[in-house]
Design a protein around this ligand. Structure first.
Ligand code: ZN
Length: 240
């Protein structure tokens, strides 16, 4: 390269650097929510993607709310389009086994295969791998914790349930959820319960009016600095 051309290139590079950034680049980028500073709540949906996941995703999008989906591998396989959307729309994906066995009554090989098959199914559907494990029924023991650690995942339970699977009633689900809502709560819900999805617009509006930011589990547990194999919230009687 001649000296003249290289100095011209150098000038061009300086011009590009000094040129004002176009207006769209200066639009404020959305700051991550700091749950130590503002009221956060994490809604979590288990056993899906359920039949009503598409409607739920529409509602979450409309209200700019994020959620966490603890997915069951067999349904990831049968409804991959929802999983792809969940990831694309900024929701968190967790692993909830492939076929929902009680891990505390399962052989190590079964637990590992249940987790791995779900990791593979989510990766195939959405291009990402879950980083959180919610054992089926929220049941874990030291063997499950060791396996979670091998997979590099903390185990996430819930601070309270919406009881949606039991009441299957829009008003009851809303009342129960609001009764247990508190800063950094992790609420258990299900996107296969129609009444949960039907009542979600009103529930989200009410929570947001109370000042809650609807965020992912990773947002609310950030300050806990969970390690792989840790369990949160720590259940009564848990010893490591
Ligand atoms: Zn479950």
């Amino acid at each position: 390269m001649s000296r003249q051309i290289s100095s011209l290139l150098a000038i061009a590079a300086v011009c590009v650097t000094l040129a004002p950034a176009p207006a769209f680049a200066q639009a404020p980028k959305k700051e991550p929510v700091d749950c130590e500073q503002v009221k956060c709540i994490a809604l979590t949906f288990d056993d899906g993607p359920g039949k009503y996941a598409g409607t739920l995703l529409d509602t979450l999008k409309k209200y700019d709310a994020k959620a966490t989906f603890f997915l069951e591998g067999q349904y990831v396989k049968s409804r991959p389009q929802y999983v792809k959307r969940m990831a694309a729309e900024g929701h968190e994906l967790g692993n909830h086994s492939y076929s929902h066995p009680d891990f505390t009554k399962s052989e190590a090989a079964t637990i590992k295969s249940e987790i791995q098959k779900t990791q593979d199914a989510v990766k195939k559907a959405a291009g990402v791998e879950p980083k959180l494990l919610r054992p089926p029924y929220g049941l874990a023991d030291l063997q499950v914790a060791d396996i979670a650690a091998e997979f590099g995942m903390p185990m996430i339970l819930w601070t309270a349930g919406s009881q949606d699977w039991s009441t299957k009633n829009v008003d009851a689900i809303q009342k129960q959820t609001l009764a247990v809502a508190k800063p950094n709560a992790i609420i258990l819900m299900h996107d296969w319960v129609k009444q949960t999805v039907d009542g979600m617009p009103a529930l989200i509006k009410t929570l947001q009016n109370k000042g809650y930011h609807l965020v992912t589990v990773s947002d609310v547990v950030k300050s806990e600095n969970l390690e792989p194999g840790d369990i949160f919230p720590v259940p009564a009687g848990w010893e490591k």
